[in-house]
Design a protein around this ligand. Sequence first.
Ligand SMILES: Cc1cc2nc3c(=O)[nH]c(=O)nc-3n(C[C@H](O)[C@H](O)[C@H](O)COP(=O)(O)OP(=O)(O)OC[C@H]3O[C@@H](n4cnc5c(N)ncnc54)[C@H](O)[C@@H]3O)c2cc1C
Length: 443
Amino acid sequence: MNTNPSFLSHTSYDVAVIGGGPGGAALATFLARNGHRCVIFEQSKFPRYHIGESLIPHTHGIFERLGLLPQLCASAFPVKHSVRFVSASGKESVPFYFSETIPGERARTWQVERSEFDRMMLGHARANGVEVHEQISIDKVLFEDSCAVGVQTVSPDGSRAEVPAKVVVDASGRACVIGRQLGLHAPLPELRKASAWGYYRGGKRLPGIDAGETTMFLIPGGGWFWYIPLPDDIESVGVVADPEYVFSQSDDMEAAFTREVALCAPLADRLSAAQRVGPVRGSRHLAYLNRQTCGDGWVMIGDARAFLDPIYSSGLYLALGSAELAAQCIDDALRHDDISAARLGAFESALWKGVDVVRRLIHAFYDPNFSFPKFAERFPEHRAALIDCLVGDVIKDMSAFTAALAQMTPPPPPLGSNIAKPSAPELATFAALPVGLWCKESD
Ligand SMILES: Cc1cc2nc3c(=O)[nH]c(=O)nc-3n(C[C@H](O)[C@H](O)[C@H](O)COP(=O)(O)OP(=O)(O)OC[C@H]3O[C@@H](n4cnc5c(N)ncnc54)[C@H](O)[C@@H]3O)c2cc1C
């Protein structure tokens, strides 16, 4: 085993980050700016494909603090001002404009082509002093007793090396490197959803500021489609529904997706003159979490911690938000020479509270007896809180809102209370899922 590989600039690091997606890039940027020696190991070569294209406005402050707003404003990414729901019968909601609750520039955000957005973020990390190694994968985290002390890298030629670091951050997305290594990773049975998605050129767009909106087309049985405008006249279109429904007639992802698009009349109308480009991709199991998200010398951020559901486009915000919060705790831990789980994970309870509000709303959305228009009618004083959820402003006291929600839809069990350690066969099945489907650089 090589302990000092030539591709590294140093023999040890303050922080080693697994994964150069938005979460890892943001965290390392914040820490490098505070003078910490950070290295990112990214298994693929950027630009590479990734799903998850719709940002929510509460990312604005994070981009500002990262110094990324000028690049975003100069980009070709469509500007998103709102979200609109279209019922299965084709009835359209009024758009939820973010400007209803947020003043000025912060009320707008972007629909991003991830290959370009992620490349921009990783380049920004480099420009801020982060050492970035692409095409270097991490196959395990190194522990002494129960404290993480570094990572094991794998180069394209298969050679392995050990890299010592004071803190290891798992930002590996759905690969969940630490979660799988420590057996912490578990599917979330209460949110069993599958998804299939593809891209179209030439779909219809709305005029004016609605051109960049996310449109959600609801389908019978509780599923839904996203319709997200991207640069170059491309629309990202994806269906999310119960796996039994999506794959009821065929196990084939493309056949299931094409059938659902044709069945959803208002969506099919938007795509009537469009051509599908590229493959149909998908996942049979979207939701999971890790039963523990930090320990001595290590912390998980973004999708490496948990993923619930794409309905509110909160994934990138939670990745960036957890990155910023974790960076503050790591900075504090390194300054105090105390890398205990308690210090590294000091942000956890506030973050989980925010995640739990999103989870309550996800359950409400999938409750067939609940409807947001009826909720807004009965509790007009909470419409603003509803928009807060759509923009991502949830890491604050939302108890009045969730109490009102509980009057119309039962709250789910406390997060994690029903997550037992999965059995060996369950783990084997889960590990075999095609997590790489949306990470393949060749796509
Ligand atoms: C169907 C679907 C739709 C979605 N829609 C949206 C949306 O509209 N809006 C939104 O905000 N979010 C959406 N998301 C969620 C969003 O994709 C994620 O939340 C977001 O990408 C998380 O960022 P991250 O940095 O945590 O992880 P990622 O973006 O996944 O980055 C992880 C990186 O780690 C690298 N990596 C993995 N394993 C290793 C390893 N062993 N060694 C080194 N590197 C490794 C990967 O190559 C990758 O580059 C959606 C997700 C799904 C499944």
